[in-house]
Ligand binder design. Structure first.
Ligand code: PGA
Length: 254
């Protein structure tokens, strides 16, 4: 089986790695992976390492973990799209930690998505339910609302630069991942929802995230609506991350 769209294997380093550690990682990963037309390898380092990592490897793209929804102004500590231009291809928006640790709202996420797409970045929008919401059988409703609010008023044509990451909050950094069946069910739902926003929902990459590691990545990636993974913990180590990339080669080449 081979899929027609390119997988994204993305690593979110969160608040880890100095510039020197980031450079050592990218140099090490570069030696372990090959150029593959079916796979896009992407790293989200901290802001401080973006400049040093940009262009360090032709096989590895760089993205920003966040962005602000204004271009400039009195916003201490924030980073504008103008500052990220020419540094990154991708921007991660609405990660669960942004929503839950920093209380980012759906409205702020909407403004970020709109501005980032206007500035021609590719956006990975994160969505996902909490354990409470899953237990109360509100998973689909919650995800529908997150997508609806994030994409409200966004230019339809710009959505060809959008990807979605489904990350159940209860699976992030907990070692508990959604089963491939549970993830596929939600991914299929997300794709159906996207049909209301784009002409070709089959072309939008939908990534799974939450305790992904080499051991479970093959099974997840083999599901029809899972087009990539967003990896936290296992993206901090070259062996662990390249193990996931190896599984994606196997899947595409089989
Ligand atoms: P995890 O993190 O792989 O450590 O669960 C995933 C994420 O936060 O994107």
């Amino acid at each position: 089986m081979s899929k027609t769209i390119e997988y994204i294997i993305a690593g979110n380093w969160k608040m880890h790695k100095t510039v020197a550690e980031g450079q050592a990682f990218v140099t090490g990963l570069e030696q372990r992976i090959r150029e593959h037309p079916g796979i896009e390898v992407l790293i989200f380092p901290p802001y401080t390492a973006l400049d040093a990592l940009k262009g360090l490897s032709e096989k590895i793209r760089i993205g920003s973990q966040n962005i602000f929804y204004e271009e400039y102004g009195a916003y201490t500590g924030e980073i504008s799209p103008l500052m990220l231009k020419n540094l990154v291809d991708y921007v991660l928006i609405g990660h669960s930690e942004r929503r839950h640790v920093f209380n980012e709202t759906d409205e702020e996420i909407n403004k970020k998505v709109e501005l980032a797409l206007q500035h021609l970045f590719r956006v990975i929008l994160c969505v996902g339910e909490t354990l409470e919401e899953r237990d109360a059988e509100q998973t689909f409703e919650r995800i529908k609302t997150q997508i609806e609010k994030a994409l409200q008023g966004v230019d339809r044509l710009s959505l060809n630069r959008l990807a979605i990451a489904y990350e159940p909050v209860w699976a992030i950094g907990t070692g508990k991942n959604a089963s491939p069946e549970q993830a596929q069910e939600v991914h299929a739902f997300i794709r159906e929802e996207l049909a209301g926003y784009v002409d070709h929902p089959a072309e939008i990459r939908i990534l799974y995230g939450g305790s992904v590691k080499a051991e479970n990545s093959f099974d997840l990636l083999s599901r029809p609506d899972i087009n990539g993974v967003l990896v936290g913990g296992a993206s901090l180590n070259v062996d662990a991350f390249s193990g996931i990339i190896d599984h994606s080669y196997k899947l595409i080449d089989q």
